[in-house]
Design a protein around this ligand. Structure first.
Ligand SMILES: C[S@@+](CC[C@H](N)C(=O)[O-])C[C@H]1O[C@@H](n2cnc3c(N)ncnc32)[C@H](O)[C@@H]1O
Length: 420
């Protein structure tokens, strides 16, 4: 990397709904000021349309960045963002942006970018291009010209390859976004998406992305110390993310990142960052309880927690939610029950939600409840009067994180009294 360079322009990509949480995390890392305004998802479609079932979540897989937070940092800040961000999908490095209405102009201007800082001559790249309302509308042609420009700059042709998620060392990925003839060229600094922490190799039905699970925990107001309960834990994503938060363990500590293959990568800076993080790790201050009635899911949750290095911070139980035993005193329930689209499809779940409300009223009055669900109607059956909070997309399905305090029932017959 050239000396005396101005700070790198970075963009932390967030799935729809998670933008303010990514912004909050960057602020806590000291990488943006508290006033930074996150950019909400766009991608050429109104947010409501993006969220409709059947649309691909307008996010990362296709390489089209949507919402997120811009920030400036040096290389160490770029490492830190990748290591610590729990809710971002990936971190992009903005290499340049310019007007380009012809292929020749695109190639010429793209060849002025400092590719030598990040790529070696002849190194294959994936180029993902998207074009909206631009004279250059042929995305494959755009990708080809940008690969050509990289080769021009590095003095050797740059092979353009297809993304292969199964490859052990995925190629560097360049993202080109053309909107109204304005090209923005970015390099992916993360490689595999950030939700792939490396611990979740076993997955039960309808697993939650790790970034979403962390988002629910951060949005719930849980302080990392009070008891936490997930009675529908499946493969354990929520309790494992909770243990990582409670113990100050960085989510990226066990994985590789694309920036580690750049010519200027400093293993010493990275190792110092890991050492500093390890010195801050602590034991989980409060109990984190993970249960599910499915024995196979519980086995997966245990083995995922072991891989994440937090199994000793979790208490596992294979049981129906009705057998939950919240510790006395205040605590948090953060959970993702079936909502009948991917799990229990076609089953009438009103009874499950109604029972959940009853159980919480009986066993966890005064607890904070945060429940991820796709349906106001089902949540209404808990009779807990939870309020809609974060609106997210889970596996292409629009979902809401409902939150509130479990009321103290007026008496043994309190629930019937409320209904009547
Ligand atoms: C949407 S999945 C949870 C996914 C989980 N968050 C993950 O990341 O893997 C819902 C879970 O609820 C469990 N479940 C369904 N009915 C249950 C019940 N009555 N008691 C306990 N668990 C139940 C299912 O076995 C399933 O694992």
């Amino acid at each position: 990397m050239s000396e005396g360079r101005s700070p790198l322009r970075l963009f932390a990509v967030a799935a729809p709904g998670l933008e303010p949480l990514v912004q909050g995390e960057l602020a806590r890392l000291g990488l943006v000021s508290g006033e930074a305004v996150p950019r909400l998802a766009e991608a050429g479609l109104p947010v409501e349309e993006q969220r409709s079932p059947g649309n691909r979540p307008p996010d990362e897989e296709g390489g089209e960045e949507t919402g997120g937070v811009e920030f400036d940092a040096d290389l160490a800040g770029l490492y830190r963002a990748n290591l610590w961000l729990r809710t971002a999908s990936r971190v992009l490095l903005r290499l340049g942006d310019f007007y380009a209405a012809a292929f020749s102009e695109l190639r010429k201007k793209a060849s002025r970018l400092p590719w030598e800082d990040y790529l070696r001559p002849g190194q294959p790249v994936v180029v993902r291009a998207t074009c909206h309302r631009s004279k250059l509308y042929h995305s494959a042609g755009v990708a080809e010209r940008v690969a050509g420009a990289i080769g021009d700059r590095l003095g050797q042709p740059t092979p353009l390859v297809k993304a292969d998620p199964a490859a052990p060392a995925p190629p560097q990925q360049v993202l080109v976004r053309l909107v109204h003839d304005h090209a923005v060229i970015s390099l992916d600094t993360s490689g595999e998406l950030l939700h792939r922490r490396g611990y979740r190799q076993a997955m039960a039905k309808a697993p939650l992305r790790e970034t979403l699970a962390a988002g629910l925990l951060l949005a719930s107001g849980w302080d990392g110390a009070a008891p936490l309960l997930d009675p529908f834990c499946g493969s354990g994503t929520i309790p494992i993310e909770a243990a990582l938060i409670a113990r100050h363990i960085p989510p990226g500590k066990r994985r590789r990142f694309a920036f580690m293959d750049w010519p200027g990568y400093s293993p010493a800076v990275w190792q110092a960052m890991l050492d500093q993080a390890a010195a801050q790790e602590c034991a989980a201050p409060g109990p984190i309880l993970a249960s599910d009635r499915d024995a196979g899911a519980m086995d997966m949750a245990r083995s995922n927690a072991e891989r994440a290095g937090v199994a000793d911070s979790l208490a596992f139980a294979c049981q129906a939610f009705s057998a939950m035993t919240p510790p006395p005193g205040p605590g948090w329930l953060v959970t993702n029950p079936p909502y009948g689209v991917r799990v229990s499809a076609g089953r009438d779940l009103r009874n499950l939600y109604s029972q959940l409300g009853n159980v919480l009223l009986r066993l966890a009055p005064g607890w904070q409840a945060g429940i991820l669900c796709s349906s106001d109607y089902l949540i209404g059956h808990t009779y807990l009067h939870l309020k809609p909070g974060l609106r997210l997309v889970n596996g292409g399905i629009p979902v809401t994180f409902y939150m509130g305090r479990v009321p103290y029932p007026p008496g043994a017959g309190g629930r019937n009294a409320r209904r009547g």
